[in-house]
Ligand binder design. Structure first.
Ligand code: GAR
Length: 211
């Protein structure tokens, strides 16, 4: 997993979304409020479906958007290449998967490996996959949280960059717990992306170092 050697300043970030895009919004707000001192700017937003609030947030911010739906391609690898091409057109230093509910494939990883950051609503390696909040609740865990990590070829298995802890309350349902996780997650993601962009980083085995 190679990290970029000479990132742009500010670092160019392409964000991928599938839903409401509140993590994307947090990144947009950080860029707008922090200016160049934040170190990163969102240059485009992509999705695997249309008609979602995440894309509307990008449009309101005046950003280019693109949609690549799996169903529009003959095979998953062809979708993966199309997604990689669309992302590539915006010359990203970092790709942030913020509620993007698809697993990227070999071509995407070959082009952007070591530069793809994902945020997951559980404390990995516990509760990977599409239902991290529901699974922690069903297990009876007392704490859960969120994990910001680099993407590798597994499902939520890449090197961990940072984690945030959230207590599970007896009265929690999935929606209430997810809201409290997202509150922590948005701040963590903004912090991590800013630090990666400003300070650079290296990945050695499973360890991520930010100087
Ligand atoms: C976030 O909690 C993110 O961790 C989760 O989707 C939510 C998106 O929220 N992602 C996954 O579950 C991926 N496995 P948002 O659209 O409001 O940013």
């Amino acid at each position: 997993m190679a990290a970029p050697t000479e990132p742009s300043s500010p670092a160019r970030v392409v964000v991928l979304v599938s839903g409401s895009g509140t993590n994307l919004q947090a990144l947009l707000d950080a860029t707008a409020e922090g200016g160049p001192a934040y170190g990163a700017e969102v240059v485009a937003v992509g999705a695997d479906r249309s008609g979602i609030e995440g894309l509307r947030r990008a449009e309101r911010a005046g950003l280019p958007t693109f949609v690549r739906r799996v169903a529009d391609f003959a095979s998953r690898p062809e979708w993966d290449v199309a997604l990689a091409d669309a992302v590539s057109a915006h010359r990203p230093d970092l790709v942030v998967s913020a509620g993007f509910m698809k697993i990227v494939g070999a071509e995407f990883l070959a082009r952007f490996g070591g530069r793809i950051v994902n945020t997951h609503p559980a404390l990995l390696p516990s509760f990977p996959g599409a239902h991290g909040v529901r699974d922690a609740l069903a297990y009876g865990a007392k704490v859960t949280g969120c994990t910001v990590h680099f993407v590798d070829d597994g499902v939520d298995t890449g090197p961990v960059i940072a984690q945030g802890v959230v207590e599970i309350r007896d009265e929690d349902d999935e929606a209430a717990l997810h809201e409290r996780i997202k509150d922590v997650e948005r701040r963590l993601l903004v912090d991590v992306v800013g630090r990666l962009a400003r300070d650079g980083y290296s990945i050695k085995g499973r360890k991520v170092y930010i100087p």
